[in-house]
Design a binder for this molecule. Structure first.
Ligand SMILES: C[S@@+](CC[C@H](N)C(=O)[O-])C[C@H]1O[C@@H](n2cnc3c(N)ncnc32)[C@H](O)[C@@H]1O
Length: 235
């Protein structure tokens, strides 16, 4: 699959409001102290761990890893351009590991190993938080082909959840909800930049047809709730 480069490139997912709300959610799952060690797997531009670092001034900078290094990745964290498995095989221990909207991009065989390595890389009472799009009643605005691809992807996610449950056993499930209110043109720009993996392999013509559908079918102001499932594992 092609690399995902525009997921958090000036989208609601990188907005200050979203990042603050997301960080507050994380802090309901894990109490953060100055000496908390954090790893974000598939961190993108590292907006989340950067915001946590701003607030807590950790003694060790949070670590963010990603297979893509963006020019505008945040500087107040330790960024490593590498893949999750490669990193975890040699990693030190962490108190909090975040895997947000990334596990579905890792192949099935490697997902089991990823979970095992994450478990091994947690300190005692450490938390692993895995976030993924809510699979039922997902409200993401879509066009026909986008919907087909998203449905397939969400079915795959359901199978991933089952495997996570099998693999981690004692987990808790909760939801992170964020109310999005954006201009249609802004969302169209996100689609054109292929902000989500379902759009990555579409042809330019398929994207153009999809954009026309969005123009026809949605109001100028698009409102919906972006919902994620959060799987919490405590060591
Ligand atoms: C959908 S984005 C999510 C970014 C960020 N976690 C967020 O939620 O804003 C998925 C990220 O995972 C990264 N990624 C994909 N496969 C990876 C792997 N095997 N190891 C590390 N990062 C990976 C992608 O490059 C991308 O930045």
């Amino acid at each position: 699959m092609k690399n995902l480069k525009n997921w958090d490139n000036k989208t609601w997912l990188s907005s200050d409001r979203y990042i603050k709300k997301f960080c507050a959610f994380v802090e309901t799952k894990k109490k953060l102290k100055r000496d908390t060690k954090i790893l974000d797997i598939g961190c993108g531009r590292a907006n989340i761990i950067s915001k946590l670092a701003e607030k807590h001034n950790f003694t060790a900078k949070p670590t963010g890893i990603d297979v893509v290094k963006h020019q505008d990745v945040k500087h107040n964290i330790r960024f490593i351009k590498t893949s999750a498995l490669k990193f975890l095989k040699r990693a030190n221990k962490f108190d909090l590991i975040i895997v947000k909207q990334t596990i579905h991009l890792i192949n099935k065989k490697d997902q089991f190993l990823l979970l095992k390595l994450c478990k091994n890389s947690l300190n005692k009472k450490g938390k692993l938080l895995i976030f993924s799009l809510k699979t039922k009643n997902n409200q993401l605005p879509v066009f026909k082909l986008f919907k087909q691809k998203l449905t397939i992807s969400l079915k795959k996610d359901e199978r991933i959840f089952k495997n996570i449950k099998k693999s981690l056993k004692k987990i808790k499930i909760s939801n992170f909800n964020f109310k999005v209110n954006i201009k249609k043109n802004y969302y169209i720009k996100m689609i054109k930049k292929r902000f989500i993996s379902c759009l990555l392999n579409m042809t330019q013509r398929e994207i153009d047809i999809g954009v026309d559908e969005i123009k026809r079918n949605y109001k100028n102001q698009i409102k919906f709730t972006d919902s994620l499932i959060c799987i919490t594992f405590t060591k």
